[in-house]
Design a protein around this ligand. Structure first.
Ligand code: PRX
Length: 646
């Protein structure tokens, strides 16, 4: 058991915990599973595929051990059929599929039958508009039920969905529609963000102006704005009414066919397209929802991430629906909302499993040290975290406050690219170590290696790689492009099959992985993954800025984005304000803490490259290491004095 005041140093667990006996007894997976999977190798993943209904059986689990790889080759299935129809057919039609809680206290409940009705109607309408197999359908919607319905309607037609986070700018939307050649867009009139109405239709129109091709646009009425529609534009409600009662045969997709595309920040400035398959992805997600989130059909899962990110896709939509459970969708972000909303939502919906990000946990903790007495959170059986490293003290607080002192916590490491969870404890099997995600899941193999690709000693820092294919792998890896390590961006040289994740990590003597952060130009801010290049270009576009570099660090203003800016002229508060606004617009969510630091110069190498690592170290107050590559060492003193008053 834990003792003392937990400190937040990486890999410093304050104790270990066993799952409580009552949890172990009811858990979906038990002791011995790892050993059984180890014996079977890739074949073990058949257990995951068997959670799905296939219209044509697969011939094998994995085509062959080298790219091009196909998981469950020969198999055919449809995602919407798996998430909806089979529960309608099996007598669970009146069970709740989606519970939605709106920003203004509105609620909407959709049973599997309701979902079947609306998804079919929309699929029928989309098909009439011309959507066919492999046409990309873009969704630019906030957290409303129509977003999930549209994902499933597209999937029913075999059309990959392309969800673009509603807070992203029109430029970001245009770029994501251009690169996927998407001619279909679903958006809404507007929505509330941090209490302010956003005119989403107008933003979507601006994006369309930037595109070379025509776009059919469907508009959901979220705010009751009076929207007049032009050519090629339709009201969502009209389409669903006109096509109500129609059904569309789910299109059988080959296992390796694309289910969706989602963009994420990569090492270069441009967003990276990640495409996921139908069979492998769904099997991976269904299995991890079952084994790690321990979901049973009677359960309500609240995965608080926006559907605009991978966590929302995998554990807000597909995971719970594939298992016939209930998913809670909340339109707001629980950490920024009015007092008590979090507690109310958990209690009111009798949430069994809550899955959120460490940033959210810290903000709940800052607000309420304990759960106010009038709320009963006893329905919570399991807690999960994702997206960033959780501090041991945050972990302890999460468990004692939301978990009533004994709920197990799963700290899950994974990425947009992996599709589903990769490293986590099995909640009814493994010991938990606060601060460490855990061992790789059964069927997954990861290593922490040095620059030459050799495994590091326990406790030493290294690069986290995945060294065996896994079902949720993206199509680029399966096809063999991008599967080999790229030495220029990731600095490692690995023989054999490897996916280099871009994360730094340590592993302990029990094989538990602690993920420390990124090695590339990707930053994680409040659980959101962003590229420094995208944010820097926003800062650079501000009039009066000569040069800018952005890092994410735990500096004097707390964990934040720090933008180091060399002004072209005067350093003024007004300039600072304009830069802050530009950063917030680029990030797409207003409450991202951004600290603007003015400086006369940025630390640079002799070849003129900005040394961002040096900026993070100065901001964190860490040792600077070797500074011999610096062309302008005098800037270090200036920055230390501005930041830390040294
Ligand atoms: O740095 C790791 C961090 O989030 C990155 C992936 O971000 P994204 O693709 O947006 O997906 C986030 C949700 C799956 C990783 O490269 N990360 C994710 N989970 C953890 C984590 N860092 C530490 N601990 C975790 N549990």
């Amino acid at each position: 058991m834990a003792t003392g005041d937990p400190d937040d140093a990486p890999g410093d667990h304050v104790g270990t915990y066993r799952p409580p006996a009552a949890f172990v007894e009811q858990a979906n997976v038990h002791e011995g599973l790892r050993e059984a999977w180890d014996e079977q190798g890739a074949e073990a993943w058949a257990t995951a595929a068997d959670l799905l209904s296939w219209s044509t059986d697969y011939d094998a689990v994995l085509s062959n051990p080298e790219p091009p790889l196909t998981w469950f080759p020969g198999g055919e299935l449809n995602a919407a059929y798996n998430a909806i129809d089979r529960y309608v057919e099996s007598g669970r039609k009146n069970r709740v599929a989606i519970k939605w809680a709106g920003r203004l206290g509105e609620t909407r409940t959709l049973t599997y039958q309701d979902l079947y009705h609306e998804v079919n109607a929309l699929a029928s309408a989309l098909s009439e508009l011309g959507v066919g197999e492999d046409d990309v359908v873009t969704l630019y919607l906030p957290m409303v039920p129509e977003l999930t319905i549209a994902m499933l309607a597209a999937a029913r037609l075999g059309a990959p969905h392309n969800v673009v986070f509603a807070g992203f700018s029109p430029d970001a939307l245009a770029m994501r529609m251009e690169s996927t050649e998407s001619s279909y867009l679903l958006t809404c009139d507007g929505y509330l963000r941090q209490g302010e109405a956003v005119d989403q239709k107008n933003r979507a129109d601006n994006a369309r102006l930037a595109l070379d091709h025509d776009v059919h646009t469907v508009v959901v009425d979220r705010m009751g704005f009076d929207v007049s529609l032009g050519e090629g534009e339709y009201h969502y409600a009209d389409l669903v009414d006109d096509h109500g009662g129609e059904t569309v045969e789910p299109v059988a997709r080959a296992s390796g066919d694309e289910l969706f595309v989602l963009h994420t920040s990569g090492t270069t400035g441009n967003p990276k397209e990640v495409r996921h398959t139908t069979g492998g992805y769904l099997a991976h997600v269904a299995w991890t929802t079952h084994a790690v989130l321990d979901i049973e059909p009677e359960d309500t899962l609240w995965s608080s991430a926006d559907i605009g990110w991978i966590t929302g896709h995998s554990y807000g939509v597909y995971g719970p629906l594939l298992l016939g459970a209930t998913t809670l969708l909340y339109e707001g972000t629980p950490e920024y909302n009015e007092r008590d909303r979090l507690w109310e939502l958990l209690e009111r919906n009798a949430v069994d499993v809550f899955y959120t990000a460490p940033t959210a946990i810290s903000s709940f903790r800052k607000r309420d040290v304990t759960v106010p007495d009038r709320f009963d959170l006893s329905s919570l059986r399991l807690l999960g975290t994702v997206g960033e490293r959780i501090s041991p003290s945050g972990w302890e607080w999460y468990r004692s406050t939301l978990g009533g002192g004994d709920a197990p916590i799963v700290d899950t490491w994974w990425q947009t690219e992996t599709g589903g969870m990769m490293v986590a404890t099995l909640p009814g099997v493994d010991e938990m170590k606060p601060g460490a995600a855990g061992p790789p899941l059964p069927g997954i193999s990861v290593s922490v290696v040095d620059r030459s690709g050799d495994p590091v000693e326990p406790g030493e820092r290294g690069f986290l790689i995945v060294d065996r294919p896994w079902p949720g792998m993206p199509t680029s890896l399966a096809n063999g492009s991008g599967w080999a390590p790229d030495p220029s961006s990731y600095l490692v040289d690995v023989d054999g099959w490897a996916y280099v994740t871009g994360d730094r990590a340590t592993v302990d003597e029990d094989g538990y992985v602690t993920v420390l952060g990124r090695v590339d130009d990707v930053v994680i801010v409040r659980g959101r993954r962003l590229g420094t290049a995208e944010i820097e270009s926003a800062a650079m576009s501000v009039d009066g800025v000569a040069e800018a570099a952005v890092v994410s660090a735990d500096g004097p203003a707390g964990p934040s984005l720090y933008a180091f800016v060399t002004p072209a002229g005067q350093e003024t508060d007004e300039l600072r304000e304009r830069i802050t606004q530009a950063l917030e617009a680029a990030v797409g969510t207003s409450p991202v803490p951004a600290t603007v630091v003015f400086t006369t110069d940025l630390p640079k190498t002799r070849s003129g490259k900005i040394m961002r690592r040096m900026l993070s170290n100065i901001t964190d107050g860490d040792a600077l290491g070797d500074t011999s590559a610096l062309r302008n060492p005098e800037v270090v003193g200036e920055l230390k004095s501005v930041l830390h008053g040294e």
